[in-house]
Write a protein that binds this ligand. Structure first.
Ligand code: AMP
Length: 189
């Protein structure tokens, strides 16, 4: 497996720790479709030290800014986002797949690396001017995060950064998020 590049943003993290995190990810070939190498992060989550390290790395993306709410994207973004929110004393907001949120929503359809989907946010989940951090496990083509950024902007929240555990750089997902959004990724492949 090629050695991943680490973002300068995470300089406070020990290189050996980052290497351990990278080794903890399991590559699953041809899942969920032929040709896709799926980055399986369940092997990181099930290891208490690696899970703690992953959250510590993601916390650095917020810097010194007081974050009011962390938004996690359905479904693996919930795991990282909720743990991060609790550690920094922020609230947690789920950005869910269509039809899952019970109250009034705003929604946005997007194309995936493998398929199509739509995500939704409760209309009152974020307030104008609140400092928010968007979190997901992985940036691939950027369709999901791009739609999420648009919904956050519709509600008038102040998006401090979009933070991923993993970025697949060769898919150029950053381009779909716009130039005025700070994008951070702990591990880049
Ligand atoms: P995208 O919208 O293409 O950036 O896809 C990002 C979403 O799809 C994330 O929520 C990931 O959980 C998932 N995803 C896409 N590609 C992969 C991959 N190769 N390995 C693991 N998860 C992936």
């Amino acid at each position: 497996m090629p050695h991943p590049e680490f973002s300068a943003t995470f300089a406070a993290m020990n290189q050996a720790d980052l290497d351990r995190l990278s080794s903890g990810i399991r590559d699953v070939h041809d899942f969920p479709k032929p040709g896709i190498i799926f980055k399986d992060i369940t092997t990181v989550l099930s290891d208490p030290e690696l899970f703690h390290l992953a959250i510590s790395g993601l916390i650095e993306t917020a810097g010194d800014v007081k974050i009011d709410k962390v938004i996690g994207i359905d479904a693996r973004g919930f795991i990282f986002g909720a743990a991060l929110a609790d550690r920094i004393g922020a609230g947690f907001v789920p950005m869910r797949k269509k039809g899952k949120l019970p109250w009034q929503t705003i929604g946005k359809a997007f194309a995936l690396e493998y398929g199509e989907d739509e995500i939704e946010l409760h209309k009152d989940a974020l307030h104008k001017g609140e400092n928010v951090l968007l979190v997901d496990d992985l940036l691939a083509t950027g369709g999901t995060a791009g739609a999420a950024v648009e919904l956050i902007s519709q509600l008038g929240a102040n998006l401090i950064a979009v933070s991923f555990f993993i970025e697949l750089e060769f898919l150029n997902g950053r381009e779909k998020l716009g130039d005025d959004v700070r994008i951070e990724a702990l591990l880049k492949y």
